[in-house]
Ligand binder design. Structure first.
Ligand code: RIB
Length: 293
C-alpha cells in the first residue's frame, strides 16, 4: 500500500471558550481554558492515521514535549520516528472559540519555524506513488515541495494559513490542493466560488483542487472533472481542526481505493464529527466512529 508522509507543524494549543471572539481594545474573561495537542501538520497526520492510512509525521518540537506527544499518539499508530526534539520551545497556538463554534487562531512558530536538514531529509525515504502532505506552518516550504517532487512523490498542499509569499512557491509542482474559500480567493484572485474554481483550474490544469466551503459543502475540480459533496448539519461546538480532519480523511480515502466523490463524502462525515467536539487533534474521530455515525 502507498504510504503518506506529513511534513508539518506540531503546536500546543491554548484554547479559550468565549461568548464571542474578542474585539480590538477589549478585555474578555474566558468561560473555559484548556491546552491540547494541535498544529495543522499533527492534526492532519492524526486524521490520516485514525482513518487507517499508513502515516508518518516529520516535524519538530521541544525535546521536553516529545514524551507527552508519544503518549498521546500511541493509541492510533501514527509513526513519530521522524519527529525530532529540539532545544527550543514547541510551536503554540492561542485559540479563541466563541459559542457559535467559530474560532480565531494566532500561531507562534517555535520549533516549527526552524526546520533542520535532518527533518526535511525524511522525504528521501519515500518514492513514486507515496504522498507528501504539506501545510504552511513550517519554514523552507519551496525547498520541501521541490524535494518531494524530486522523489517522485504526489505532493498534496493545504495552503493554510495563507501568506503572500506562497504565490512565489513552486505551486505548479503541487498535484492536489485542499483549500478553503479564503485561501482559494488569495491564490486565484477571485472571491466568487465558480470563478475561483475556474481560475484555479486554469492556473493548475494538472492538479486536483478540493475547495471546502463550510456549510456549502465541498467541490472537487480537475480539468473538466467535477464532483460536489453536500455539507452535513451538525451543532458546531468547536470548528478547530475541521479542515485538518477533512484533509486527512480525504487523502486516506483515496489511498484506500475510494473514488474522489466517495473520499469527499467520507471526509465530510469525519469533519462533521470533529466540529461537534471541543479541541483540535483530540476531537478527530476514529474510522469506526465515522462508519457508525
Ligand atoms: O487547524 C487547526 C490548527 O491550527 C490548530 O490546532 C492550531 O494549532 C493551528 O495550527
Amino acid at each position: 500500500m502507498k504510504r503518506i508522509l506529513v511534513l508539518g507543524s506540531i503546536n500546543i494549543d491554548h484554547s479559550y471558550e468565549l461568548e464571542r471572539i474578542v474585539r480590538p481594545g477589549e478585555t474578555v474573561a474566558s468561560r473555559a481554558y484548556r491546552t491540547a495537542w494541535g498544529g495543522k501538520g499533527l492534526n492532519q497526520a492524526i486524521a490520516l492515521a485514525k482513518a487507517g492510512a499508513e502515516t508518518a509525521l516529520a516535524a519538530q518540537l521541544s525535546a521536553g514535549d516529545r514524551p507527552g506527544l508519544e503518549k498521546f499518539c500511541a493509541p492510533f499508530g501514527l509513526d513519530l520516528s521522524k519527529v525530532r526534539g529540539l532545544d527550543c520551545p514547541s510551536g503554540h497556538a492561542i485559540i479563541q472559540v466563541e459559542s457559535s463554534g467559530q474560532n480565531s487562531i494566532i500561531i507562534a512558530a517555535g520549533a516549527n519555524g526552524r526546520m533542520e536538514d535532518e527533518t526535511i531529509s525524511a522525504v528521501d525515504d519515500y518514492g513514486p506513488g507515496d504522498i507528501l502532505l504539506l501545510q504552511n506552518e513550517v519554514d523552507r516550504m519551496p525547498e520541501i515541495i521541490r524535494r518531494g517532487k524530486e522523489q517522485g512523490m504526489t505532493v498534496a498542499l493545504n495552503p493554510s494559513p495563507y501568506t503572500s509569499e506562497m504565490l512565489d512557491w513552486p505551486l505548479e509542482l503541487v498535484d492536489i490542493f485542499i483549500l478553503n474559500e479564503t485561501e482559494g480567493e488569495y491564490i486565484s484572485g477571485s472571491a466568487q466560488v465558480e470563478e475561483m474554481l475556474g481560475a484555479l483550474a486554469a492556473k493548475f490544469p494538472a492538479a486536483g483542487i478540493v475547495l471546502t466551503l463550510g456549510a456549502q459543502g465541498s467541490i472537487y475540480r480537475r480539468g473538466e472533472e467535477e464532483h460536489r459533496a453536500a455539507a452535513l448539519k451538525v451543532e458546531a461546538v468547536d470548528t478547530t481542526a475541521a479542515g485538518d480532519t477533512y484533509t486527512g480523511y480525504f487523502l486516506a480515502g483515496l489511498l484506500q481505493g475510494k473514488n474522489v466523490k466517495e473520499a469527499m463524502v467520507l471526509a465530510t462525515r469525519a469533519a462533521a464529527i470533529t466540529v461537534s467536539r471541543p479541541g483540535a487533534a483530540g476531537s478527530i474521530p476514529l474510522a469506526k466512529e465515522v462508519e457508525n455515525w
